[in-house]
Ligand binder design. Structure first.
Ligand SMILES: [Mg+2]
Ligand SMILES: [Zn+2]
Length: 215
């Protein structure tokens, strides 16, 4: 965790990112090879920042303990740290896209001040009761597919970390790993459901990073 960012990661999960490639094919012509990296897909509210409910004020953003060091650990291991968040407050008229962007900028600033880097944020602004069904609201898989395409991520090698079932369930669709970090508001049945599906349930973000990076 203290080495330079270009220092090769060590340990059993270090080799796949150098050996796996993704082939883009158009018709009969191979257009090129590109390296794919594993990603850690974090839920935002209740996982990386305190869940204050439909947050629209950047001043209310507060990182949870260890959020920055956990993101930094993934940064050093050359994993892409990506936030995927349901923001139904937008569909409900409780916040605007501009509010969301202001909060997102504040999140980025707080991590940057601590030497951590969120590579990309994706959000679903919908809610079925207000805007009809969509494919991007978690546990829908659209935003992960989009992130993989835009950032050359290997979904089967990736990890999903969140405080709700909907945050970790997408790991099952892609053959990745889910790790539930329950918060106060996490319903008990979602903890049980996660365990039933082989999703790890851990006590803290630090426990989650230890499981993945063996640091
Ligand atoms: Mg959450
Ligand atoms: Zn959506």
């Amino acid at each position: 965790m203290t080495g330079p960012i270009d220092e090769p990661p060590t340990g059993p999960r270090a080799s796949p990112r150098r050996s796996r490639t993704q082939v883009a094919v158009t018709g009969e012509h191979q257009m090129g090879l590109r390296e794919v990296r594993p990603a850690v897909f974090f839920d935002r509210d209740g996982t990386l920042i305190r869940d204050v409910g439909y947050i629209k004020e950047p001043d209310l953003v507060e990182l949870v303990p260890d959020a920055a060091s956990v993101v930094r650990a993934f940064n050093y291991a050359l994993w892409a740290a990506v936030i995927v968040t349901n923001q139904s407050g937008i569909a409900r008229g409780l916040l605007t896209e501009q509010d969301y962007l202001a909060v997102k900028a504040r999140v980025d600033d707080l991590f940057a001040e601590r030497g951590a880097y969120i590579e990309a944020h994706y959000h679903c602004p919908h809610h079925p009761d207000f805007t009809g069904p969509c494919e991007c609201r978690k546990p829908g898989t659209h935003l992960y597919e989009l992130a993989a395409a835009e950032h050359a991520l290997g979904l089967a090698e990736s990890v999903w970390i969140g405080d709700r079932w909907r945050d970790v369930a997408p790991s099952l669709a892609f053959g990745g790993r889910g790790i539930l970090v329950p918060a106060e508001r996490t319903p008990k049945d979602e903890i049980a459901r996660s365990k039933e599906h082989g999703i790890a349930v851990v006590g803290s973000l630090l426990d989650a990073v230890h499981r993945v990076l063996h640091v």
